[in-house]
Design a protein around this ligand. Structure first.
Ligand code: SAJ
Length: 417
């Protein structure tokens, strides 16, 4: 069976590589030529445990090859990004482009699967009519299903195999055919439903997380006003058997949690008041970090306009090398507006809009303040005594991720503390 995986990024590449190791002939298709070249050499710069080994194996065994043009296949799996526009609406242009490039290649018996996250109704109302321009009938001549990805960056390969999956076919036969394919590599359960329910279920998963993180963030602000430690409070509340409050933080980033809930707001603005407010609370966290920084500068009697500030971490979360939608961006921008010199230190992020310092000692030397934005494991082991001595007088430490327990003489502000 020949399968084209359209979009060989964070989701498409691991999916393509796993399928290739299960005996399928996989063609990875992407508009990015340098990505095609590097994957064709068995390389990936996605920092996921085990991924580079499986990609190398898939390419070496000739199970996986890559090209720019889509060619005839038995199955097409669409794994392209769905970013949001400035108006916070889903940008479906990559999905539409992928579908348009399939139309002329579609043959009787083909199966098309959409993995990309989309607003409810997209598979039925956008994808189906587009693909039917081929003259074939969806659900009869070819089969169509939405199978949303739900893997956690940082544990991607494990979750790709272990997690349960939801498959929403546009009819029963479409769902069953997609299930037959996913069953070859998924150890979790596979649940069949219709495509719109699958689309909403995926969005509800990420919205549930966004709303709960917003609640944790709101609790952190309340704890600051009360003068108590939010982490102690959350740990105690979580001893209740039905309570699981996540952690507050400097902001919510990544390509899913701050974006996907907007796809619900887009189609149900009247009925999504809680979701909109939660998104706003999360979006305001970088601004709150700025107020903690300003407050610490006041205590230190230092002028923020002529300061040197080190941002610790631009990854959107700990131990990933992905900086998409990172809360570090609005923090850096605001500090630069103040006139501060901003130094960025991150041990693993490779692609960022600003230069990254790789040497922690060089980064902190003669700095006035350190701002922890990301909870990288390395930051939990920092030698704060040594760093203190390399910095300017009255050094400031702002902890946006609650990973510092002893402030070691720094002028300290911790989120929710
Ligand atoms: N964060 C907090 N507090 C927490 C946990 C996370 O502030 O307690 C922040 C992180 O720092 C990060 C953001 O939230 O900036 C998102 O991180 P995450 O680990 O919650 O989620 P993602 O974006 O890495 O992956 C999510 C996952 N969804 C759920 O857990 C419901 C993953 O399973 C999805 O496949 C992925 O979105 C996706 O691609 O949709």
């Amino acid at each position: 069976m020949k399968i084209s995986v359209i979009g060989i990024g964070y989701i498409g590449l691991p999916t393509a590589a796993i399928l290739a190791t299960h005996g399928f002939e996989i063609i990875g298709v992407d508009v990015n030529e340098s990505l095609i070249k590097s994957v064709a050499h068995g390389k990936t710069d996605i920092n996921e445990p085990g991924l580079s080994i499986i990609v190398k194996a898939a390419v070496k065994s000739r199970g996986l090859s890559c090209q720019k043009q889509i060619s005839e296949s038995d199955v097409f799996i669409i794994c392209v990004p769905t970013p949001f526009t400035k108006e916070k609406k889903a940008d479906l242009s990559y999905v539409i482009q992928a579908a348009e490039s399939i139309v002329s290649l579609l043959r009787k018996g083909n199966l098309v699967i959409l993995e990309s996250t989309v607003p409810p109704g997209t598979t039925e109302k956008v994808l189906k009519p587009l693909l039917e321009k081929s003259g074939l009938n969806a659900g009869v001549d070819f089969y169509l299903a939405h199978c949303p990805e739900r893997v956690l960056p940082g544990n991607l390969l494990n979750e790709l195999i272990q997690n349960d999956r939801i498959i929403g076919g546009i009819n029963e036969e479409s769902g069953l055919r997609a299930k037959n394919l996913y069953e070859t590599f998924v150890d979790g359960n596979i649940y069949l439903t219709d495509s719109t329910t699958a689309e909403l279920a995926k969005l509800m998963e990420n919205t549930y997380r966004a709303v709960n993180i917003a609640l944790a963030n709101e609790f952190a602000l309340i704890a600051e006003d009360l003068g108590i430690n939010i982490i102690e409070g959350i740990n105690l509340a979580n001893k209740h058997p039905r309570v699981k409050i996540p952690l507050p933080g400097a902001g919510v980033g990544g390509h899913c949690i701050p974006i996907d809930p907007w796809f619900i707001v887009e189609i149900a603005s009247e009925n999504s008041k809680l979701i909109s407010l939660a998104l706003k609370i999360n979006e305001d966290m970088p601004e709150h970090m700025i107020s903690l920084i300003e407050d610490a500068f006041l205590e230190a009697k230092k002028d923020i306009k002529i300061s040197r500030i080190v941002i610790l971490g631009v990854a959107y979360k700990g131990d990933v090398n992905d900086a998409r939608e990172t809360p570090a961006n609005p923090i850096i921008q605001k500090l630069k507006e103040f006139g501060s010199e901003v130094i960025i230190y991150d041990p693993i992020v490779t692609h960022f809009s600003l230069p990254i310092e790789r040497d922690i000692k060089r980064a902190v030397s003669s700095a006035d303040a350190l701002v922890i934005v990301t909870d990288h494991s390395e930051f939990k082991r920092l030698n704060l005594k040594e760093i203190f001595n390399l910095m300017n007088e009255h050094p400031i430490l702002i902890d946006g991720r609650n990973i510092v327990f002893d402030n070691e003489g720094f002028i300290f502000r911790g989120l929710g503390r």
